[in-house]
Design a protein around this ligand. Structure first.
Ligand code: NAD
Length: 497
């Protein structure tokens, strides 16, 4: 059985605590390893390593830091199957889906390779007599990232390339449920030439997170995970004087107007609702057809598709969807489906109790379709984070917009229509951070930034893209005078010119 250790200053270490947590293969339900659970002492050791590496790394010219990203890009491309396998073994997603995760991570590495351009400052000559002003952005120092289970390679790679390209050193606290990918990411960075100590990995749960939040030498924390923990991380991190961005959970709606192509909408809902077993923060979990006729047509198209979903382990190339992450997640999702039925939703396709031959111990939940869901129901209010698609029938376009705007989450949303006016109005009025028009999962590319609204984000900055440059640096403005013959004498009024 493998043991997943911390990596501090380039060395693997079990840390000082004997505490470990089990790691499973979700397709079989078998324990495949243990992960070391970090303590405050382990975090302190990682911070010490990151502090030691900082002066040299921050002093390395941006173009040289960029070269690490160029090499990492090539290594990731060459090793993408290995990374995808590492993801799937502990997360359970299909190999193709894991490859998609690697591809999106690669885009961030490519963007970070342009860091000399991104860090270029501003310069104004003659802001006053003989006075020039230069503004540039400098690294913060030691920064940290805390990441969720659902993208065990991509979310760390949303953060690390931009943070280290900006000249910071980094401590990653990955999800304890699928921790191996983080160590592989570390090793690929090392192979690309990132000096030891610039990236450190401390595994663990709440103890490690609290130690990160409280440590006085960590300047900034990026968090991605569920909303209650995002809010906690934001509050505690800010109280400790850190810069914090904390991205939380979601309930993403897709509005289907009567003029939409129903087959296209149904296909989009299948991929966005059930890809990765619904364990994506940008998964569509609520379909909002407008009008009863649209709803009937849509449900008629969806039901056979959901029933026919090919569910299997990542080793099955035919599989469209894998298991969920843990037995606890499986039980929680099944109990939420039951709650939906109790509260009056119609269970059109029921994924509870799925058993797969040869994989009887796996954490399976079949694709589930709930119709006649209402805003009061638990299945609508809570993020299920599983392969469950709810259909909430709206009377009108305006009531669909209202519904979405009233929801506590505002991560992603989509509208399917041929009506340009409606689409334009939707994009303007909807209280959601990422909007798709006939695009079900509008995850921004790496040169834009990712971030929701409302309780899907705490803090001012989106993640990766231009916002990351702002988050991982601070502004310095230098105003200089080289007086040749200017003798203004002492001035006691506020400087002006
Ligand atoms: P999670 O909140 O349980 O865990 C995220 C991180 O927080 C992990 O590293 C975990 O170890 C740590 N953590 C867990 N409990 C903690 C506690 N009590 N105190 C301190 N730290 C704690 O999230 P998850 O289940 O791993 O991931 C799924 C969630 O992440 C979903 O809600 C999903 O929507 C969200 N997510 C959001 C985005 C986004 O960009 N908005 C992206 C991916 C996932």
């Amino acid at each position: 059985m493998k043991r997943i250790e911390h990596i501090i200053a380039g060395h693997r270490t079990p840390g000082i605590s004997a505490s470990v947590s089990p790691v499973y293969n979700p397709a079989t339900g078998e324990q495949t390893g243990t992960v070391c659970m970090g303590t405050a002492e382990d975090v302190a050791a990682a911070v010490a390593a990151a502090k030691e590496a900082l002066p040299d790394w921050a002093g390395t010219p941006p173009a040289k830091r960029a070269r690490v990203m160029f090499r990492l890009r090539e290594i990731l491309e060459a090793r993408k199957d290995d990374v995808a396998r590492a993801i799937s073994e502990e997360h359970g997603k299909t190999h193709d889906d894991a490859l998609g995760e690697v591809a999106r991570a690669l885009e961030v590495v490519e963007y970070a390779a342009g860091i000399p351009e991104l860090l270029k400052g501003d310069y104004s000559r003659d802001v006053g007599p003989g006075i020039d002003t230069m503004a540039d952005r400098q690294a913060l120092g030691v920064v940290a990232g805390i990441t969720p289970f659902n993208f065990p390679a991509m979310v760390p790679l949303w953060m690390i390339p931009m943070a280290v390209a900006c000249g910071n050193t980094f401590i990653l606290k990955p999800s304890e449920r699928d921790p191996s990918s983080a160590n592989l990411v570390h090793d690929l960075f090392a192979e690309a030439g990132l000096p030891a100590g610039v990236l450190n990995v401390v595994h663990g749960g709440k103890d490690a997170v609290d130690a990160v939040l409280d440590h006085g030498d960590i300047q900034a924390v990026s968090f991605v995970g569920s909303t209650p923990i995002a809010e906690y991380v934001y509050t505690r991190g800010c109280a400790a004087g850190k810069r914090v961005q904390a991205l939380g959970g979601a309930k993403n709606h897709m509005v289907i107007l009567p003029d939409a192509d129903m087959d296209q909408a149904a296909d989009a809902l299948m991929g966005a609702g059930f890809g990765s077993a619904g364990e994506r923060c940008m998964a569509i979990s609520v379909a909002v057809p407008v009008g009863q006729e649209t709803a009937d047509k849509l449900v008629k198209k969806l039901a056979p598709r959901v029933s026919a979903l090919k569910i299997g382990p990542a080793t099955d190339p035919q599989a469209e969807m894998g298991p969920v992450i843990t037995r606890a997640a499986q039980e929680r999702i099944e109990s939420l489906i039951s709650k939906g039925a109790e509260e009056g939703a119609r269970v059109v396709v029921d994924g509870r109790g799925l058993r797969l031959q040869g994989y009887e111990g796996g954490f399976w939940v079949g694709g589930t379709l709930l119709d006649h869901v209402t805003p009061e129901m638990t299945v609508y209010r809570e993020e299920i984070f599983g392969p469950v698609l709810s259909v909430l029938r709206a009377d009108s376009y305006d009531s669909a917009v209202d519904l979405i705007n009233k929801h506590q989450y505002g991560n992603g949303t989509a509208i399917f229509t041929r009506d340009g006016d409606a689409a334009r109005d939707f994009a303007a009025r909807i209280q959601v951070g990422m909007v798709g028009i006939n695009v079900p999962i509008p995850v921004p590319v790496a040169y834009h930034s990712f971030g929701g609204w409302k309780r899907s984000i705490f803090g001012a900055h989106g993640i990766y893209g231009p916002e990351a440059v702002h988050f991982y640096t601070r502004l310095k403005t230098v105003t200089s005078r080289w007086p040749t013959g200017i003798r203004a004498g002492a001035q006691f009024t506020f400087p002006s010119h």
